[in-house]
Design a protein around this ligand. Sequence first.
Ligand SMILES: NC(=O)c1ccc[n+]([C@@H]2O[C@H](COP(=O)([O-])OP(=O)(O)OC[C@H]3O[C@@H](n4cnc5c(N)ncnc54)[C@H](O)[C@@H]3O)[C@@H](O)[C@H]2O)c1
Ligand SMILES: O=C(O)[C@H](O)COP(=O)(O)O
Length: 395
Amino acid sequence: MYDIKVIDSFTNKQLSRLKLAKAYVKDTDEPYGIMVRSSTVPDSLITDKLLVISRSGVGVNTINVEASTEQGVAVLNTPGVNANAVKEAVISTLFSVVRPLTKAAEMVQTLSGEDILLQAEARREEFIGRELQGKVIGVVGLGAIGVQIARSAYDLGMEVLGYARRDQGLDFLEQVDLDELLRQSHFVVIALPLTEETRGLLSEERLRQMKQGAYLFNFGRGPIVDTTGMLAVLKEDSLAGYYTDFPEEAYLGNDKVIMLPHIGGNTQEALEGGERLARKALSDFLIYGTVRDSVNFPSARQLFHLPYRVTLFYKETMDILPDIMQIFNQFDLRIGEMMTNRKGECVYVLIDLDNDQSQIERAIEKIETINDIKKVRLLKRPQYKKRRKVKKIIK
Ligand SMILES: NC(=O)c1ccc[n+]([C@@H]2O[C@H](COP(=O)([O-])OP(=O)(O)OC[C@H]3O[C@@H](n4cnc5c(N)ncnc54)[C@H](O)[C@@H]3O)[C@@H](O)[C@H]2O)c1
Ligand SMILES: O=C(O)[C@H](O)COP(=O)(O)O
C-alpha cells in the first residue's frame, strides 16, 4: 500500500482511481507519492521513502528536482496537456492589444435613444485598431506551447520568428538568435520554463533591444523577465506594454502592465486532462515502474510478462551495470527481459525475472550497497481478475 500526499485540489474521480495502484490519499509527512499542481513541494517531503512526484501541468520550478534525483525520486509532469489552452490565451491577448473591442462595447452601453446606431458610429474613430496580419511575432521557446503559438500566428498571416537552442526544422517560422528576435518583433511571447539558464534571460539590456512600440507577453514564468529592468524600460516609453500571467507587486498601478492570475492553462479541458495524466503517470510508475514524461528519469516502458520486475535508478559516474549483472549471476537470477535508458547522467533499468522472491530480495540488498545506486524497487506483476463471461439469453 502506498500513502499519497495530495497538494492542491484534485477531483475525487481521479483520486479514487489511485486505488488501482494500491495507492491511497493520506496526509502524511513521509509519503510514497505526491500529487501536485503548481504549489511548492516542501523539501522535507523528499525523503528516502518517497518514490514519485507527479505534477499535473508542466512547470517544475516549485519542485526541488536536484534533491529528488539524489533520493532517486521520479519527478513526472504532463507536458503538452495545457499547450492549447495557453495558445488560445496568448492569441486572445494579442487581439486584445490591437483591437479595443471591449472598450468600444463599454462605450455603447453608455448611450441611449432611438438613434443609438448613429451615435455609436459617430464615435468609431476612437476605436481604430491594428491588424495582426503582416506583423512580426517572436516566440521565445519552441516546446509544446511555443510551437502551437507559432503555428497559429503563422495561420493568422503573421511573420513568425522563433528562438530555441537547437534547430527545430519548422517550416512555418524562421529560427533566429534571441537578440535578433527581440530587435525585429512587434510582439514577443515567452514560452520558456524557469530554470537557472532562463532566470533573468530578458534582462534590461535585452529589453532595450526590443522594437519601439513592441509588446512583451510572458506566459512562461515571472522571473524570466528582470523586473527592475522592465520597469526602467517601460518608464522610457520604448515598449508599448508588458502582459504577464505572473503578478508582481512592483507592477501594481503601472498602466502599461497587464497582469493575469496565472490562468494561461486554466481551462476545464486542460485541468481535467492534466489531472488524469498525472494520476495515470503516478499509478503506472507505482504498478509497472514505467515512465512517460519525467524531468529527471528517462522514459521507460516494457511489457510486464514475468512475475517480478526490479527497477534500478542510478547516477552514472562510472559504468556500474557489469557489477549489477555480476550480482544477478551470483544469486543465479535469470533475466527474462531488460531495458535500460538514460537521461543525462541518470540511468533507469527495468529487469523482469521469473525467480524465487527471496532470492531476488537478497540480490537487491547487495545491489543497494553499490555507491551510485539511488533507488531499487521490486515489483510484482499485477494479477487482474478475469472478467466473468456474460451469457447472452436468447429468447
Ligand atoms: N501560464 C501558464 O498557465 C502556463 C501553462 C503551461 C506552461 N507554462 C510555462 O511554459 C513553460 C513551457 O511549457 P511547454 O509546455 O511548452 O513545455 P515544453 O517542455 O514542451 O517546452 C519548453 C521548451 O523550452 C525550451 N528551453 C528550455 N530552456 C531553454 C533555454 N534556456 N533557451 C531556449 N529554449 C529553452 C526547451 O528546449 C523546450 O523546447 C512551462 O515550463 C511553464 O513554465 C505556463
Ligand atoms: O506549468 C504549467 O503547467 C502552468 O503554469 C499551469 O500551472 P497550474 O497547474 O498552476 O495551472
